[in-house]
Design a protein around this ligand. Structure first.
Ligand SMILES: Nc1nc2c(ncn2[C@@H]2O[C@H](COP(=O)(O)OP(=O)(O)OP(=O)(O)O)[C@@H](O)[C@H]2O)c(=O)[nH]1
Ligand SMILES: [Mg+2]
Length: 666
């Protein structure tokens, strides 16, 4: 079976542009008709498409015929860049220019549809849209994916790239190549995708478009003479961008008649219809009514709907090779779908699976406990519901003497952690109390076994431990040359090991460091920003676990260790950290009727101490004048009472105290 070009229809019939587009997409003649099935349309059949769209008459085509989209008219690409370089805004202009969204519907960063995304002004989930574009009289179908720029959501970018043949590497004309630009461009390079260099925000007065193009050439190896200069704000340069997309990005390859092979590159929960799987079809076609098999999880489903993001969901009878869209198949929960899985037909399955993805790696862990006015059950329900929407975090039950029953959760990074907490509170309507984030440690026991722990309280008896290993990351810092000294100092303070320093241009430097993850998760980014006047950027990737002189530091409140406050620290930093920590705790814990000692201890050794003074009633007030011995006697009696109270009294530790560990003001 051959495919046919839309241009054939254009010469053969007169239809409305909308209809022409639909025909180009896939399925002319079947709109609103019953479930389509083969046979598909052969080139000579194109002439059956007749009728005048302008008169409102439907073109007559056999309703059972499906027109395959011509692969050469499809372009699949992602937009990647550093955070805030204007990906979503450029996607807005593309939607607007192609008429996919009307000016009335359009709002800034249209594709960012989550409340939190809109509030924070950042993209959290990759978003996709299919838009038509006419070039040289041919109607092309452009499938774009807008990706997040923040380092925590790096895995979203890698997922998106697997569904594309090309990427637009966006560079802000005022800021140049930044840490995530490099990371994302390398990701595209590894996936062997065609890259188009786009210098964006050229409308800004401070834009140095040519310089930035040269810089990108030097760092990323992209030809600056082929760069496209655009403004996502004014829409300038958009025609050149479309031309570059069509000319440079190769059309998808695939066998439209082969056995169905599609990649599930993302999935979302739809409140009414179950799970919507975002898919890219590589070979064959996926139709409504097909019985499909998800190959990794070995489950079979009947497809109830297939469609495309135009940019809203729009049903189509079938998705052909090279196309990107979605399908529903009565899948109930996200747990039933393996992102990266291959989908094929049950009746005629493909032999080979697509490589798929590695599962996202959680880097940061912390405990969530129910906050004031909430219960563990409420928190559990909220967690379960949220997990069904977004399975990028992990959770399991945990308990603490001080805080009761809660959950130990794993996140991709600190921003991800904050977002999940915020979503739990908003969407699940529970108060969440969170403990200090930690990283995973690898413990080598004396008997040679290796275990991983995600919380200091899980640390086995130290007499059985041979070594504690902590995760290290490869960090790339891009900073203005004048701040190199300050950044080196910062990295050194964080136990970083210098690897190399490269000059991207006379004024900007890329420094590569090996850093312990636990030193950078809290506030490294903020510190980097403040010591480079906001110009420094960082990106990091997990490297390996390395042994270090690490110790567990317990915090004792009134002589009793509070497990939720203990931390694993480097021995050199234990005392400094201990002092800071109990200093903060002292501010948070209220004064009681008795004196409360706060101590930081490594093993049996107390390394820092503070005391919270008592409330003291003036027991001598009633002795006007009188003998001093009588006053002393009263004070001694009071002291006795306080001592007794201390041994039986409970110290109320406010929830803020647990958060005070997070205070970045180190
Ligand atoms: N002047 C000007 N401002 C722009 C342009 N493109 C984007 N912006 C602004 O830059 C900011 C960030 O834009 P976004 O489109 O959200 O950036 P993004 O790359 O999608 O950011 P993330 O998704 O969070 O990585 C917004 O305030 C935009 O209004 C442009 O071409 N010119
Ligand atoms: Mg965005």
């Amino acid at each position: 079976m051959a495919t046919c070009e839309i241009a054939d229809y254009k010469t053969g019939c007169r239809t409305t542009p909308k209809f022409r587009f639909l025909a180009g997409l896939l399925y002319c003649g079947v709109r609103g008709s019953e479930r389509p099935s083969t046979p598909m349309l052969a080139p000579e059949d194109a002439c059956v498409l007749t009728g005048n769209g302008r008169t409102g008459k439907r073109p007559s085509l056999h309703p059972r015929m499906i027109v395959m989209a011509d692969l050469s008219l499809i372009r699949n690409f992602s937009i990647v860049a550093h955070i805030d370089h204007g990906k979503s805004t450029l996607a807005d202009r593309i939607l607007e220019r192609t008429g996919a969204v009307t000016a009335r519907e359009l709002r800034a960063q249209f594709l960012d549809d989550m409340d939190l995304e809109r509030e924070m002004g950042i993209t959290i989930k990759a978003n996709r849209a299919t838009v038509p574009y006419t070039y040289n009289g041919k109607e092309y179908m452009l499938n774009l994916i807008d990706t997040p720029g923040h380092v925590d959501f790096h895995y979203e970018v890698s997922r998106a790239l697997a569904a594309c043949e090309g990427v637009l590497v966006l560079v802000d004309a005022t800021q140049g190549v930044q840490a995530q630009t490099v990371a994302n461009a390398y990701l595209a390079l590894e996936s062997d995708l065609e890259m188009i260099l786009v210098i964006n925000k050229i409308d800004l007065p401070a834009a140095r478009a040519e310089d930035m193009a040269l810089e990108a050439e030097q760092v990323l190896g992209l030809d600056s003479s082929e760069a496209v200069f655009t403004s996502g704000k004014t829409g300038e340069g958009l025609d050149e961008l479309f031309e570059a997309i069509i000319k440079k990005i190769p059309p998808p390859e695939g066998d439209p008649e082969g056995k169905l092979k599609g990649l599930i590159y993302d999935a979302k929960a739809d409140p009414h219809r179950g799970i919507v799987c975002h898919t890219r079809v590589f070979d064959g076609a996926l139709k409504r009514g097909d019985k499909v098999r998800l190959m990794a999880c070995e489950r079979e489903y009947i497809v109830t709907d297939v469609g495309k993001f135009m940019p809203r969901e729009k049903s189509v009878p079938s998705l052909g090779a090279g196309e990107v869209g979605y399908f529903f198949a009565g899948i109930k929960t996200l747990a039933d779908v393996n992102i990266g899985d291959t989908i094929t037909l049950s009746s005629n399955p493909t032999e080979t699976r697509l490589p798929g993805y590695e599962p996202p790696q959680q880097m940061v862990f912390c405990d969530f406990y129910p906050g004031i006015g909430s219960t563990t059950d409420q928190l559990r329900n909220a967690m379960e519901t949220l997990w069904l929407n977004d399975s990028s975090f992990t959770y399991q039950t945990a308990s603490s003497d001080a805080l009761g029953i809660g959950f130990r959760c794993g996140f991709l990074g600190l921003l991800h952690m904050r977002i999940i907490q915020e979503r739990l509170e908003r969407e699940g309507d529970v108060a969440v109390m969170q403990t200090a984030p930690t990283v995973t440690y690898e413990i080598l026991l004396k008997d040679g076994t290796i275990t991983r722990i995600e919380s200091p309280s899980e640390l086995p008896d130290l007499s059985t431990v041979e070594e504690i290993r902590e995760p290290f990351v490869d960090g790339q810092l891009i900073v203005p040359a004048e701040f190199v000294g300050a950044v080196m100092q910062l990295a050194m303070d964080r136990r970083g090991r210098h690897k190399k320093t490269e000059y991207l241009s006379p004024t900007r430097v890329m420094m590569t460091y090996e850093l312990p993850l636990c030193e950078i998760i809290y506030d490294f980014y903020d510190k980097l920003k403040s010591c480079t006047r906001g110009y420094g950027t960082a990106d990091y990737h997990f490297k390996d676990y390395q042994a270090g002189d690490l110790v567990k530091m317990d915090i004792l409140v009134n002589g009793a260790p509070v497990d939720a406050l203990s931390v694993i620290v480097h021995r050199e930093k234990a005392q400094w950290r201990g002092r800071k920590l109990i200093g903060r705790l002292k501010k948070e814990i209220d004064r009681h009727q008795f004196e409360i000692p706060l101590q930081a201890a490594v093993g049996a050794k107390i390394i820092a101490r503070e005391t919270i003074r008592t409330f003291r009633k003036d027991v001598t007030a009633k002795c006007y004048g009188g003998d001093i011995t009588r006053k002393r006697k009263l004070l001694e009696k009071q002291k006795e009472g306080k001592k007794r109270m201390r041994t039986v009294g409970n110290v109320a530790i406010p929830q803020e105290a647990f958060l005070s560990i997070l205070d970045p003001d180190d």
